[in-house]
Design a protein around this ligand. Structure first.
Ligand SMILES: [Zn+2]
Length: 91
């Protein structure tokens, strides 16, 4: 459930910060494909760094969404989802 995963990111925030909803220590990384900043649990490893159009890093870390105790509360606030049911095989 909180297994580290590998991501390509453009950049990382300079400072550690604290996730507002739960006060957990996190670091933000900018996802190389979506360009969105994602919070990761502390302890992200930088596996490799590439220097191309952007400096890109390959990192391994746990997205904070998968461990955040407050994430369930966010999900419950949303309108009923139109997504397909999650498949248990991925968990
Ligand atoms: Zn959290």
């Amino acid at each position: 459930m909180s297994t580290p995963q590998v991501f390509l990111v453009y950049a990382r925030s300079h400072n550690r910060s604290v996730y507002k909803a739960c006060r957990a220590p996190i670091q933000f990384y900018q996802h190389a494909i979506t360009s969105k900043w994602m919070p990761f649990d502390d302890g992200v490893e930088i596996l490799r760094s590439f220097s191309e159009a952007h400096v890109t890093h390959e990192i391994r870390g746990v997205p904070h969404f998968s461990t955040c105790p407050a994430a369930d509360a966010f999900r419950k606030k949303r309108a009923p989802s139109t997504r397909e049911p999650e498949q248990g095989s991925l968990l």
